[in-house]
Design a protein around this ligand. Sequence first.
Ligand SMILES: [Zn+2]
Length: 457
Amino acid sequence: MSVALYTRISQDKTGERAGVERQAKECRELADRRGLTITHEYSDNDVSAYSGKRRDGFDALLRAVSTGEVDRVLVWHPDRLYRRSADLEKLINLVEQHNIKIVTVTAGDFDLNTATGRAVARTLVAWSGFEVEQKTDRQKSAYRQRAERGGWPFAHRPFGYQRVNGEIVQVPDEAAVLRDILSRYYEKLEPRHAIMRDLNQRGILTPRRKPWGIIQLRDVLTNDRYGGVVKHGDTVLDVKPSWEPIVDRDVWLGWRSRAAKRKRKSTFSSAKYLLTGIARCDVCGAVCFVKHRADGGRSYFCSDLGCVQRSVPAVDDLVERLVIGRLSMPDASQVFAPRNEDTADISREIEAKQARLDDMAALVADGTLSADAVRAEAKPLREQMERLRAVLAERQARATIPAELFQQHAGEAWDSLPLIRKRAVVSAIMRVSIGRQANPRIFDPEAVRIEWVSDAK
Ligand SMILES: [Zn+2]
């Protein structure tokens, strides 16, 4: 067996990680682990494979493969080899004539002799053409600076505080109410709805002299400033607040993190398969569930009309290879970095609908309304909430892509993730649709449509 090592430096922004030296070192380590002896070495320096410029090393490699001198190619990531489809197709042609395998450090092995291997390679090539969307740095730093000064800019005073001669000071009555309701909510886990009713029954008004609604109460219960915490996005800044907090900072952070854990638990179901409820039917758009076949195998199955069904292991294998391949690209940490600001509006909408449901439930409990009377109205509300929750879960999922997937070899990090995290990652980066196959007996990876979830909303 002859193994060729191919390295290429690209013009990626994460230059250091992808530098030729590092690529070569990691490739050699992998060769050692796998008992492969490197017999040929090729390298192209500082040339973008995407630009289509001449690559002498790559051409020499292709020649060595075509003469049968080499039957394994070792690269750091598949995109080192081919970033343009033309390069890939050249390689696929060669592979069809000579049985060669591609071994990569970051994304596992690629067998271009199989349909799945080729589909994965083609999809990765398509993806590597995307440009990274950069947020305007200026906008970011403006928010950060304001937060770092420990300020609390408000136009209407928040419950519990007022501004006196430019200073933010507590309103004693309201501060006492705050201490009471925060501990009831976080310590005794009293439902928001009950707290809201209690406040309104006691005649306690919002700063705008109105009765409490569930949204106003939610905003109060989750306002980090009451815990003296200054944040930028989801990052807690180590800044002293310019006001006296209602509760101790450590107590507050403990409350918030426990609440987040409780919420996370209820957000994700305990699915047993990677793509249950995630993959969609490409014919009718319904989600796919898993069906146990008579032969003992399992298939993803269109849950609505039964338009498509496809082997679970085959689809999972394809999707997992694509996830690993995509996340091990040098730009992945930039493309998939969590964004913090875009769930507030959806959360609000869900809260509002929940509040209406709660109100209706309370009216039924009071005997004001009959259960039958609210049922008709509650059903569409619940359905809308389900849809909103799905969107929210998807957006939150992006924030759950574990950092280790970017920091070490995505393949190994991926394998060690629990299924629930894998599902979150898949939903965060791609849409999977299962289409009809011409020949239902042989798995056709091209009949599984993968769309990359880009940053564009
Ligand atoms: Zn269908």
